[in-house]
Design a protein around this ligand. Structure first.
Ligand code: NI
Length: 189
């Protein structure tokens, strides 16, 4: 398994539509494994393929041990409405309140190619929606009001200088720390 470079806001791939996965091949499984490894290395709770520069419709999630590889996921039903702060591994250090449905049912294909359905609420439901958004070129900042979005973008304008070519490389020290920590999650996704 490999920790992959993470693409940050400004990389066009984060705004592109992904391609439906026709068949879950060994290549797709390798991508899933590398994405889990990268997500844990970055202390995240979710990661979508465009965030590692790939265009397959694939995401991974691990919220408090509820671990899912999602191939071609879609939200089939949703209900409720709630606002909670979100952050994204591709927009480090920027956070904002996002209003979303609080309960969702997601349909997807697993790493063996078997279709499944999962119902979730709370953080897991939020993470599923955040990752599925990534697979359609949407980011959490798109949900912020104009004032909040402008202030987030001003902050990002300073932060992004740390990521030449829109690439976030985790240092070996960061990776070691996050992989060792029992509760590494900072809830970015
Ligand atoms: Ni994200």
């Amino acid at each position: 398994m490999s920790v992959l470079p993470i693409r940050v806001l400004g990389d066009p791939i984060l705004r592109e539509e992904t391609a439906v996965v026709a068949e879950v091949t060994d290549d797709v499984r390798k991508l899933i494994d590398d994405m889990f490894e990268t997500m844990y290395a970055a202390a995240g709770i979710g990661l979508a393929a465009p965030q590692v520069g790939r265009s397959e419709r694939v995401a991974v999630v691990d919220v408090d041990g509820e671990k899912y590889a999602l191939v071609n996921p879609e939200v089939s039903t949703s209900s409720g409405r709630g606002k909670t702060e979100e952050g994204c591994l591709s927009i480090p250090d920027i956070h904002g309140d996002v209003e979303r449905p609080t309960r969702v049912t997601v349909r997807a294909i697993d790493r063996r190619g078997t279709p499944f359905e999962v119902s979730a609420e709370g953080l897991l439901a939020r993470c599923f929606q955040h990752e599925i958004d990534h697979l359609h070129g949407r980011l959490f900042i798109d949900y912020l009001g104009p004032f909040k979005r402008r202030s987030a973008m001003n902050q990002w304008a300073r932060e992004r200088e740390r990521y030449p070519n829109n690439i976030r490389l985790l240092t070996p020290a960061e990776i070691a720390k996050n992989l060792k920590d029992d509760h590494p999650h900072d809830e970015d996704m």
